[in-house]
Design a protein around this ligand. Structure first.
Ligand code: ZN
Length: 206
């Protein structure tokens, strides 16, 4: 199983980090060992002073595919979850400045929070609302209609390079509002289903 992540997929977030809006999806990966499920806490890693949250809609690949045409891409995922792409922003800045890969800043243990999945039929297909609350206050609020690259664009692009396999996860990028966490903080992710707003995960920082 692989975890594919899309960076800078919301213009307002690219802007807040002073990154240019990309012409093609920015793609990176996390190892399977990064997954943090079942509302387990994250222990603040000792190698960073600037641990930040990025709430993201996550797709689960339901069918193997390569060179997927965007018009058929919707048939390759049936389930959707909400997650956090935890980022050691200080390490990432150092990697970016040196032109180095940034896996150590984004793929560390526990960096991929993942909620349970819901069938995509429970969600509005083109406009999924979601939010992250920190200690009860909304810190990020997004809607997938604001993505620069749609789910279909992402699957089409990524599958040109990597065969997508059943069970692979795709983190589809974060909207504006990313920020730091401190020990003791509690993060909660909410997904707007057709019939209710559902809390999908809780993650406390220890
Ligand atoms: Zn991200």
């Amino acid at each position: 199983m692989k975890i594919i992540c899309i960076g800078r997929n919301y213009a307002d977030h690219a802007k807040e980090l002073n990154n240019p809006v990309p012409e093609r999806p920015v793609v990176f990966m996390k190892p399977a060992s990064a997954l943090l499920v079942n509302d387990k806490p994250l222990y603040y890693p000792e190698f960073t002073q600037d641990l930040q949250f990025e709430v993201e809609v996550v797709l689960k690949i339901g069918k193997n595919g390569r060179h997927i045409q965007p018009e058929f891409a919707a048939g390759y995922f049936e389930e959707v979850a909400l997650g956090i792409d935890f980022t050691a922003r200080d390490l990432q800045a150092q990697c970016k400045a040196k032109g180095h890969p940034w896996e150590i800043a984004k793929g560390f243990d526990g960096s991929a929070v993942l909620s349970p999945f819901v069938p995509k039929s429970r969600l509005h297909p083109q406009a999924i609302g979601f939010e992250l609350r920190k200690n009860g206050e909304v810190v990020q609020s997004g809607n997938t209609r604001d993505m620069l690259f749609s789910f279909e664009d992402i699957l089409g692009y990524v599958s040109r390079f990597f065969k997508l396999q059943m069970g692979d996860l795709i983190y589809t990028g974060t909207p504006a509002g990313v920020g730091p966490v401190a020990i003791g903080d509690v993060l909660e992710g909410y997904l707007h289903l057709r019939e209710e707003v559902r809390r999908m995960f809780t993650c406390s920082i220890r």
